[in-house]
Design a protein around this ligand. Sequence first.
Ligand code: FAD
Ligand code: SF4
Length: 561
Amino acid sequence: MPANTYDAIVVGSGITGGWAAKELSEKGLRTLVLEAGRSITPENDYVEHVPASEMRFRGMGDRKRDSVDQPVQQISTGMDEWNSKFFVNDRENPYTTAPGKPFLWIRGRQVGGRSLIWGRQSYRWSDLDFEANLRESIAVDWPIRYQDIAPWYDHVEQFAGITGQAEGLPQLPDGKFLPPMEMTCAELVVKDAIAKHFPGERMMTIGRAAVLTQPHLGRAACHYCGPCSRGCSTLSYFSSVNATLPAAQKTGKVTIRPFSVVHSLIFDSKTRKVTGVRVIDGQTHQALEFHGRVVFLCASTIESARILLHSATPEFSTGLANSSGELGHNLMDHCMGSGAKGFIPGNEDRTTLGHRPNGIYVPRFRNVTQKHPDFLRGYGFQGDAGREGWERGADMPGFGVDFKHALRRPGRWEMSFGGFGECLPRHENFVELDPEKVDAWGIPVAKIHCAWSDNERAILKDMAVTAAEMLSAAGATDIQPSVADYAPGLTIHEMGTARMGRDPKTSVLNAHNQAHDVKNLFVTDGACMVSSACVNPSLTYMALTARACDYAVNQMKRGEL
Ligand SMILES: Cc1cc2nc3c(=O)[nH]c(=O)nc-3n(C[C@H](O)[C@H](O)[C@H](O)COP(=O)(O)OP(=O)(O)OC[C@H]3O[C@@H](n4cnc5c(N)ncnc54)[C@H](O)[C@@H]3O)c2cc1C
Ligand code: SF4
């Protein structure tokens, strides 16, 4: 084969690209991973143990530089002085939005993508989610059900390592868990109060997270140092760099090419297949081509749609594989942030040990058994309880030695709940190419049109009420409910721009993430999602990616691709 020809090409090396690289190469395919950003070396790039005193701005961040290079990224509470290098440069990678419709697009552009900085919360979907669109005649029906994806959840969980507690809830299926992390004593107070006051309706469990609580497949157990989004030298949380890409490289069949900005896909109108991709070298700006028998787009929800929109051909004048007209449409993000906080009396002789990289979870309880009068679907809460003080950002005035001593004394136990709510898919929330603006590599940027509907606003309102109710049931004092009003995007769970479906007239992908129109093209990132559920989505992207790889390789073996 010529040097630039492979069995499979994977675009992107984030959460889904890492999985595609691992699965395809382990199944014997010579696989090329094209990644727009730089490579990452854990020994040099991971900085989770560097103290603030060693940082140039003492952990406060270079505000002047951030406001020029990362004005959008800095809005995410996930970015700090240590890890700003894992967030994209907004100046080189701009996007535009429709007037009056802000969208905060938080991205990572390096080998590993956002898997280096994600919050690691990992939950399965249930049939309550997969059947929701059909039940309510919204958008299109999912072409799969829980039983189709359950073995693939098992598969990815067993490799990634997910800590969690089995609870037997129909709306939040249990997984293949590593031992759960412990709740703090104030969390246990709240958990018991919820069980007592809302029996059969609400409950609280420890968060399910892609963090190792015991050694697993050559990676060490977490030592609770805390700031995971700066890297993890012991490889204890799941990321492409820590887990899937090393597994892929072990096969000897994978080539990872950083600084490879995919410009568009090459379509052969005779075979009606893609033959490869056009790339702009990120450093030299040289135009290159790579060829493959199958192409997996894993560049993230909006980037994958952007690549397809930019790959228009005479046959597909509005974007490759877009005979349905749905490409770019139905963009979703979870609505987030409403909730409440309060102080839990008692346990003043106890405190936390280490920095648990996980919180608690209150699974969805709205519209599970009873219909809510104000909105469809539901939400879950994440949160935690710790002792008030320096590290929880207490606003304590003071100066000098006495102040330093006061800061060391732990304050009251503070419990907070923050909701993550389902967003409905709507055709009018969409991404297109901006005809007037290009990025640093001359590629037209995405123009995003997205806004919440009354349903998401009603969910956000309800979150504040029910969070306060649970705190009140736990005897909390100084309860502060709050209703959030963040622009879409900030929850960083964007999905839906190339949805799956049974009918090629109304969906871009089939039940195996394969483009209806172009059989050797697969899109396995969040673009494929048909609805958003209310749980963090990345575990589902992983399972769908592994499932699609299995399907593609079987099709190739049968000579159908
Ligand atoms: C702070 C933060 C917290 C989060 N917390 C959670 C959580 O707790 N749970 C959860 O489920 N999710 C969470 N997420 C979301 C999660 O990170 C994403 O859902 C996930 O990373 C998506 O995977 P992906 O492979 O689609 O995209 P990414 O991981 O973003 O990877 C995409 C890759 O494609 C590359 N790329 C893009 N365009 C091109 C191109 N043209 N050519 C070549 N390469 C390209 C990018 O450089 C990038 O490396 C969080 C995200 C952030 C930022
Ligand atoms: S808290 Fe655990 S997972 Fe996070 S960086 Fe530290 S060791 Fe790694």
